[in-house]
Write a protein that binds this ligand. Structure first.
Ligand SMILES: [Zn+2]
Length: 132
């Protein structure tokens, strides 16, 4: 991939990373605010707990995304950006535009998803055979 395109994708990823970090910061400060809140009613406290779990899940999801973006930026640095992790061929630019953090070309990704779907179907069938 030529330098100009790498710079373009780097910009794209940088922007994404900043957005995510900002969002994560917001969630963190919201949580601090909630923790200090006073909830005398147990019902309130229960819903407050699930709110906090929700926020923690978001944070977990964001943390993973932040990691993915950081890894993609690392791949730009070491020159492996845009190369499929699985087959070693280049990932199409169209795909990278839509998902700059991707590590798989569309063929490998499709294969991956088909396999996942098959495993899920197998799981569903075996659960059906042994009702709880
Ligand atoms: Zn591939």
């Amino acid at each position: 991939m030529d330098q100009e395109k790498l710079i373009y994708f780097k910009g794209l990823l940088d922007e994404k990373l900043h957005g995510l970090l900002e969002e994560a910061g917001k969630v963190c400060s919201d949580m601090r605010h909630d923790v200090n809140g006073d909830f005398p009613d147990p019902t309130d406290r229960a819903s407050h707990e699930s709110d906090r779990n929700f926020l923690l899940r978001i944070k977990d999801r964001e943390r993973k995304l932040i990691q993915k973006v950081t890894e993609a930026l690392g791949r730009i640095e070491d020159g492996t950006f845009g190369i499929c992790d699985s087959c070693g061929r280049s990932i199409s630019e169209k795909r990278l535009m839509a998902r700059p953090m991707t590590t798989l070309c569309i063929e490998c990704k499709t294969e991956d998803e088909n396999q996942e779907r098959m495993e899920r179907q197998r799981g569903a069938r075996s659960r059906g055979t042994f009702p709880s």
